[in-house]
Design a protein around this ligand. Structure first.
Ligand SMILES: NC(=O)c1ccc[n+]([C@@H]2O[C@H](COP(=O)([O-])OP(=O)(O)OC[C@H]3O[C@@H](n4cnc5c(N)ncnc54)[C@H](O)[C@@H]3O)[C@@H](O)[C@H]2O)c1
Length: 418
């Protein structure tokens, strides 16, 4: 079997971690049973480009049990947990192409390898797979019935392709499902980003000025968790509505030019680029810690930081210390790549359960509607969102009320007023 990974000897360790994650993924486990019985993806060739984590392994298992022929590569050079590809190859016989720390060339070679079976469906996180297909592997486009996209940045890229009329097949924006971004982006990124910062630095957050750039779903979750650790949270934003929200949630809001002078720890999570750049590096405090949790490593202007520095050394596993001419030191975490996956394990399985249930059911939706969807970006059908939320609640043993017939009628009626 074709694969490229660090060490097959890590397979047993990976298997245990996949099982551990699987225990916190009740919705996905239900889909495993359904898919194994009905084989709705029989013979379907899927190319998946996702963070290769223990939760992703559980999604791969669902697809395989459903009859799919899946190949998997990493969606970030630094997010692979090397024991997981080993477990997937050895125990599930799924070809995986992913090595933590792979260079740019290897990253794109792995994407090519994931595409080698000529997929019918793509599953992407950040849209690197889709953009490869639309540039160097256009020969494969006619065979594709659709794809799914996991993250905000990927959805933004794909909507821009659709707007420009260059998107060649329909995509379901998994990120936009409520059972995805309200939980994964908020609670998943919130907790795991703090986890990544703590694992890489072991700083005490209590009392530190913790600057968060971007108060979207990820930023909100991160603010909540940093505050919980006793940090003094400062938010930077460009959207006035998000900025008011941050103010009313109890945080200080200011431009990055001011935050740069007072912050101790900085996390960018905007999906935009050059959020921390030259003018900010020049006024950061000595010992400032800067990290990114947004999808790409462009939120911190690393080439400029490299140019400004007179010295650089790796002081801990995921900490590069840059010394500026003035003697001040800046600590960059995880090479500016998403710190929750670079230095920690990404989101906990409990939230990835819902994100990946959306992935699996969206693939099923694409198969059932093959040929009838336009070359556009579609939301996850609301009934899938509702079903996932209901299953999750049931698995948690939480029951909720139902509308009475009288309430249903009232909500649908415009006549009843004061
Ligand atoms: N680390 C992870 O595991 C993980 C998980 C989910 C999403 N993401 C990524 O995180 C990023 C943010 O996702 P999201 O769902 O929170 O997006 P979002 O659209 O909800 O929020 C982004 C926010 O950043 C703000 N912003 C844009 N440019 C800015 C600037 N120059 N300065 C300050 N703020 C700015 C926007 O106004 C917006 O409020 C994306 O790249 C997404 O793909 C990462």
């Amino acid at each position: 079997m074709d694969y490229d990974l660090k060490d097959l000897g890590l397979a047993q360790k990976g298997k245990l971690r996949v099982e551990w994650a699987g225990r916190a993924m009740p919705v996905l486990n239900l889909l495993k049973q359904r898919f194994a019985k009905d084989k709705p993806l029989k013979g379907l060739r899927i190319a998946a480009c996702l963070h290769v984590t223990s939760e992703t392994a559980n999604l791969m298992e669902v697809l395989k049990l459903g009859g799919a022929d899946v190949r998997l590569c990493a969606s970030n050079p630094l997010s692979t947990q090397d024991d997981i590809p080993a477990a997937l190859v050895k125990y599930l016989k799924i070809p995986v192409f992913a090595i933590k720390g792979e260079d740019h060339k290897t990253y794109y070679r792995h994407i090519e390898q994931a595409l080698a079976h000529g997929p019918r469906v793509t599953m992407d996180d950040g849209a690197d797979l889709v953009s490869t297909l639309h540039s160097t592997r256009r020969d494969l486009l006619p065979g594709i019935i659709g794809g799914t996209e996991e993250t905000t940045t990927g959805v933004i890229r794909l909507r821009s392709m659709a707007r420009d009329g260059v998107l060649n097949y329909p995509i379901i924006a998994v990120n936009d499902a409520q059972t995805k971004h309200l939980f994964d982006n908020r609670y998943g990124t919130g907790q795991s980003t703090v986890d990544g910062i703590l694992r890489s630095t072991n700083v005490l957050l209590a009392g530190l000025r913790f600057v968060i750039a971007g108060y979207g779903w990820c930023g909100k979750g991160l603010a909540l968790r940093a505050k919980g650790e006793g940090a003094h949270v400062i938010v930077t934003e460009v959207d006035p509505i998000k900025a008011i929200e941050a103010v009313m949630d109890g945080y200080e809001v200011m431009p990055m030019a001011e935050a740069a002078k007072v912050g101790d720890v900085f996390v960018t999570v905007t999906g935009n680029k050059t959020i921390i750049r030259r003018e900010h590096f020049l006024c950061l405090k000595d010992g400032a810690i800067i990290a990114n949790a947004g999808h790409f490593n462009v939120e911190i202007d690393i080439p400029v930081l490299e140019a400004l520095a007179v010295g650089k050394r790796r002081v801990r596993e995921f900490v590069d210390e840059y010394t500026l001419k003035t003697g001040r030191k800046i600590n960059l975490l995880g090479e500016g790549r998403l710190i929750n996956l670079a230095a920690a394990e990404g989101h906990p399985a409990m939230v990835m359960d819902m994100s990946f249930a959306n992935q699996a059911l969206s693939v099923l939706h694409l198969v059932r509607h093959a040929g009838s969807l336009e070359k556009n970006v579609y939301p996850v059908p609301p009934e899938i969102d509702q079903e996932i939320a209901s299953l999750k609640l049931r698995s948690l043993g939480v029951r909720i009320d139902r509308l009475t017939p009288e309430q249903k009628k009232y909500l649908a009626d415009w006549k009843e007023g004061t």
